[in-house]
Design a protein around this ligand. Structure first.
Ligand code: CP
Length: 320
């Protein structure tokens, strides 16, 4: 578990700061990003929002594949009137092939742009990048099995948008809790709010490490580990699904993920809840559930990913 205590805290003021880990956040900082996202959504067609990043250039440096995070950051910059310098697959196409270090790559890109959004397979790479950068804010777009802070922001925002609160929510998180970075940021983020209960449904092989379980409990999240669909309570505000992170373990293990099916929704769900998914989905979801109005991960949740990143960039680059 990386020590994130050295990274500068947000304390409600994002301007010029790195965004590496949920450990930098307090409740006020989350509330600020929620309010900024409300503003982005309500004023998205105004000249003010459409020119917020006028004259700014943001580097997107993605050492791991991405559909949503890459594209939503790219769309976010452009919808705010800024421009992007986009680098996907730098291990094949940049001078990293010749052995250039991540640190030097960051030092180069910060001369060209106003912020760097970094996805990297190595846990702690964004922190390393932030230490290397002289002046450019670094935004973590996912580091190995470490964290995915902007994913947690959009997930919590989507819950807040539906229920008007995060305090006292009860959720089911069906996840690869061992290798899934999104779930780590998600649980840490819930720890900034009061009285949250999470039923963590995992295959036995992919449950949280004892170290992380104990850390998350200390943060105040009431985590109930379950390994059977029969133990899902029927009064959840949300269900949150993830895929197996097969790229991070030996596939020969043949671990089975729990499936989201209409039958399960009908038996264990309730009419007011929402169903989220970190995406991509592979084979852990029955496609027929797409027609269920509670399932919002390919609509509202994805769209909120762009809005939350617009808000974050506006705050970090100091124009919101
Ligand atoms: N949720 C998420 O991080 O998706 P991508 O890997 O497609 O960016």
């Amino acid at each position: 578990m990386p020590d994130n205590d050295q990274i500068e805290k947000i304390n409600g003021d994002f301007k010029g700061k790195d965004v590496i880990s949920i450990d930098q956040f307090d409740r006020r900082s989350f509330e600020k990003i929620f309010t900024a996202t409300d503003q982005i959504i309500s004023q998205k067609d105004s000249p003010h929002i459409q020119t917020l990043l006028g004259g700014k250039l943001v580097t997107l440096l993605f050492f791991e594949p991405s559909t949503r995070t890459f594209s939503s950051f790219s769309a976010a910059v452009k919808r705010l009137g800024g421009q992007t310098l986009e680098y996907q697959n730098p291990m094949q196409t940049s001078s990293a092939v010749k052995g250039e270090t991540l640190e030097d790559t960051i030092k180069v890109f910060e001369n060209y742009s106003d912020a760097i959004v970094l996805r990297h397979p190595e846990i702690g790479a964004p922190e390393k990048a932030a230490q290397a950068a002289f002046f450019s804010p670094i935004i973590n777009a996912g580091d190995g099995a470490g964290e995915h802070p902007t994913q947690a922001m959009l997930d919590l925002y989507t819950i807040y948008q539906k229920f008007g609160k995060i305090d006292a929510v009860k959720g089911l998180v069906c996840a690869d809790a061992l290798y899934g970075r999104g779930v780590h940021s998600l649980i840490k983020a819930f720890g900034l709010f009061q009285n949250v209960t999470l039923y963590l449904l995992t295959p036995e092989e992919l449950k949280l490490s004892q170290e992380l379980l104990s850390d998350y409990k200390k943060r105040g999240v009431n985590i109930v580990e379950i390994h059977n669909e029969a133990d899902i309570p029927n009064d959840c505000h949300f269900w949150y699904w993830t895929r197996l992170q097969k790229e991070r373990y030996n596939e020969e293990k043949n671990i089975k993920m729990f499936r989201l099916t209409q039958k399960l929704l009908d038996e264990k769900g309730n009419k007011d809840m929402i169903v989220l998914h970190i995406l991509p989905r592979i084979d852990e979801v029955d496609i027929e559930t797409d027609a269920d109005p509670r399932v919002i991960y390919l609509t509202t949740q994805v769209k909120n990913g762009m809005y939350i990143r617009m808000a974050l960039l506006g705050l970090v680059l100091g124009s919101l």
